[in-house]
Design a protein around this ligand. Structure first.
Ligand code: ADP
Length: 297
């Protein structure tokens, strides 16, 4: 559905996208995650044909988003980051306007019903709640019956309940056969919704995997935390140990495998008594931090 190869995009004083490649398969929810300024929006704007790449290629349904802009726009539903509408534009008027952009628009009443906005059809945009506005933007992205929907930071600014409700709606879009590209900086959102995720940092793809694959990377890293006096070298020599950090009498040992057993054994062999020993599994946020560390712009 989408093929991005070696994408490069430079702004006057800044390279926003260095070398990004990925492809999106039909029917999947593909996540693009990364810290602020990583180049996510620039990347999807190149896919949408809103920006001209300085290098690399982008193909959407086998078409060039710039050269074949008209065709591509008929198949692509886009919800832009920080979308807005005039406050006094009524919900039905917004749908009517968007319908006029497409050759074969969806039935607006059906969209209002699907997205729980029937009762709000005469409300001005400015009077809608945050969640209602987001639902309207999703509905507007789907007005053209797209084959692909690109949703950029859709749930930013929503409260947790509205965010969860939006997740159900995004699954609904996928279930109706639309391929979804979801730009987000919420790891939890990516984990819950995405079939595959590209992690972007400083304009590069630093990981591309299923959420389970990313979690597996996290789970292989463990942290052992304790208090005590210990010579770090006896721990650093162990093949299971990747790092030892000491602050005062607080020691944190990172590593893999049977970390707890091997460290306990070495401490016992050296007759080193420790307190408050506990094993911590790294979280998804940790892997995100690990992958993107030092890479925020
Ligand atoms: P993200 O969506 O991951 O937050 P962006 O693609 O919006 O990242 O931005 C990537 C980098 O490019 C940032 O450093 C941003 O400041 C810069 N940038 C974005 N848009 C422009 C622009 N129109 N002109 C100059 N720099 C820009």
């Amino acid at each position: 559905m989408i093929e991005v190869k070696n994408l490069h995009k430079q702004y006057p004083n800044h390279v926003a996208v260095h070398d990004v490649s990925f492809s999106v398969a039909e029917g999947e929810i593909f996540g693009i995650i990364g810290p602020n300024g990583a180049g996510k929006t620039t990347t999807v704007e190149c896919v949408e044909g809103l920006r001209v790449p300085d290098g690399g290629t982008v193909s959407v349904l086998g078409l060039d988003p710039r050269r074949d802009a008209k065709e591509v726009r008929q198949s692509l539903g886009v919800q832009l980051q920080e979308s807005s509408l005039p406050d006094n534009l009524k919900v039905w008027e917004a749908l009517d306007l968007y319908c006029s952009f497409y050759r074969k628009p969806a039935n607006p009443d059906r969209l209002l019903e699907d997205w729980g906005l029937t009762e709000k059809r005469n409300s001005p945009f400015g009077k809608l709640s945050g969640g209602q506005k987001q639902r309207l933007f999703i509905a507007l992205a789907l007005v053209g019956n797209p084959r692909i929907a690109i949703l950029d930071e859709l749930t930013t600014g929503l409260d947790p309940q509205a965010r969860r409700d939006t997740w159900d709606l995004i699954e609904g879009i996928r279930d109706s056969g639309v391929t979804v590209v979801l730009v987000t900086h919420f790891m939890e959102e990516a984990e819950r919704l995405c079939d595959r995720v590209a992690v972007i940092a400083k304009g590069r793809v630093v990981a591309l995997d299923t959420p389970a694959g990313l979690i597996a990377q996290v789970e292989s890293t463990q942290r052992l935390r304790f208090r005590g006096e210990v010579d770090e070298r006896i721990l650093k020599d162990l093949p299971e140990v990747s790092e030892v950090h000491r602050t005062g009498d607080q020691v944190v040992v990172s590593g893999t495998g049977e970390l707890l057993q091997v460290v306990s054994l070495v401490l016992a062999r050296h007759r080193i008594g420790v307190r408050d020993l506990r094993l911590e599994r790294a979280s998804l946020d940790d892997v995100f931090t690990h992958l993107t560390e030092g890479r925020t712009s």
